[in-house]
Design a protein around this ligand. Structure first.
Ligand SMILES: Nc1ccn([C@@H]2O[C@H](COP(=O)(O)OP(=O)(O)OP(=O)(O)O)[C@@H](O)[C@H]2O)c(=O)n1
Ligand SMILES: [Mg+2]
Length: 402
């Protein structure tokens, strides 16, 4: 197969590839960019593999950076762009189910492709668009199949994260996992516990944001992988419920986690513990808690102006989107209108602040000041108090008397 009209990212890299070839070495685009080009997906970065050893690459180019020299990767800087060039290599060892104990540089493309995870990821393309397909990757793309290269048991023993990658690609691309590959995942699912949760997290979110998260979730259940990630084991039914939502289509990780936490029925503290066990960031934890709280209010039909204010427009719309899977969402335009008619959208828009209250001799620094400011904020948001300085000062004097 020869691909015409290469995407721009490849075109730009051609001079680098041509220089390596002119020096008598081989150079190929490999990995996701080749797969995605053949499928017709947008590509994000190009990886290059070469028969040249790192030292040989460094001799060929003026500007290089040792980004991962021990694994054979050198970055070549060309026209303000960086290209990671990795020497063809084989790997051996894998005693920890994650990393090879030993990497050996080789001159043969076949040896390099043979240790890769799936046939659709084991394609290589020359700078002129000519594709090398030694494991039937193109046929599998046509058949929409995720199939391990060679013996799937070996591939998953080498790196157990590949089991999650299989599920991710199947969902992302709307493909199916081939039977032997599927059986091997089922057999080795517990190896997932050897993998850092941060890496599983990335694959899980990509899977949930894919074209067919339903299949991703079903695959995680039917292979038993769900038993080996935090908390999912206790919530099989809820996971299955999520997979049955019609038109399940999630855009970001807050939507993913909010839907899961809401369906699992977790309270604030449980959300925090659950997401901490997935090593989510504090920002993700806070936003998920806020979103779920708003979601509860939407479902119970008691969304108030003040809660809208506390939630903020973005999370409010996310919560309302998740509510749509439960057939309880509010009309989006109405919600936006209601939000935009709030007197203020944040504390900074108050016509007063602590400094002004102190300067006017109304309050001294201390806990009472914070309390009064909170009361002012709430009264302004719910429309009981006009947002002008004089009004607010009068309100505060009254408030302090009570
Ligand atoms: N556990 C892994 C990770 C990666 N690879 C190989 O390394 C390539 C690049 O890896 P990566 O960038 O992680 O994945 P991509 O397939 O490029 O997918 P993405 O679009 O997410 O970058 C893969 O295509 C595959 O050939 C592998 O064999 N086993
Ligand atoms: Mg990639």
């Amino acid at each position: 197969m020869k691909i015409k009209n290469l995407p721009d990212e490849f075109e730009k890299a051609r001079p680098v590839m041509q220089k390596i070839e002119a020096a008598g070495y081989e150079a190929y685009f490999v990995g996701g960019s080749v797969r995605d080009t053949i499928i017709g997906e947008k590509i994000h970065d190009v990886d290059i593999a070469s028969s040249a050893y790192p030292e040989e690459i460094k001799k060929l180019f003026k500007r290089t950076v040792d980004t991962g020299i021990e694994h054979g990767t050198v970055m070549v800087l060309d026209n303000d762009k960086g290209y990671e060039i990795t020497t063809f290599r084989t790997e051996s060892g894998y005693q920890d189910y994650r990393r090879p104990d030993k990497v050996t540089f080789v001159r043969s493309l076949k040896e390099d492709l043979k240790r890769r995870d799936f046939t659709i990821n084991a394609l290589a393309m020359r700078e002129n668009g000519e594709v090398t397909d030694l494991f039937g990757g193109i046929a599998d793309i046509d058949k929409k199949i995720i199939r391990a290269v060679g013996n799937p048991n070996e591939r998953f023993n080498e790196d157990a994260l590949r089991m999650m990658r299989a599920v991710r690609f199947a969902s992302k691309l709307n493909f199916n996992i081939e039977k032997e590959t599927f059986n091997a995942i089922e057999k080795h699912s517990s190896l997932l516990e050897k993998i850092a949760i941060e890496r599983i997290y990335v694959e899980f979110i990509k899977m949930m944001k894919g074209l067919k998260p339903k299949q991703g979730i079903d695959d995680m259940i039917s292979t038993n992988m769900y038993l080996h990630v935090p908390l999912f084991a206790d919530y099989r039914q809820q996971l299955s419920n999520i997979s049955h939502f019609k038109n399940l289509n999630l855009n970001n990780e807050i939507e993913v986690w909010s839907l899961i936490c809401f369906e699992f029925g977790l309270n604030r503290e449980q959300i925090s513990n659950f997401l901490k066990s997935w090593k989510a960031s504090n920002e993700v934890i806070n936003n998920t808690q806020t979103c779920c709280y708003a979601l509860n209010a939407i479902q119970n039909d008691n969304m108030s102006d003040f809660l809208m204010y506390l939630t903020g427009e973005n999370l409010l719309l996310e919560a309302n989107y998740i509510a749509s899977f439960y057939d309880c969402s509010i009309d989006n335009e109405l919600l936006k209108k209601q939000y935009s008619s709030l007197p203020i959208k944040n504390k900074k828009q108050l016509a007063i602040n602590g400094g002004i209250l102190i300067k006017n001799g109304i309050l001294k620094p201390g806990p009472m000041l914070g309390k009064a400011l909170n009361a002012i904020e709430k009264q302004v948001v719910i429309g009981n108090l006009d947002n002008n300085t004089e009004n607010i000062i009068n309100f505060t004097k009254q408030y302090l008397k009570e």
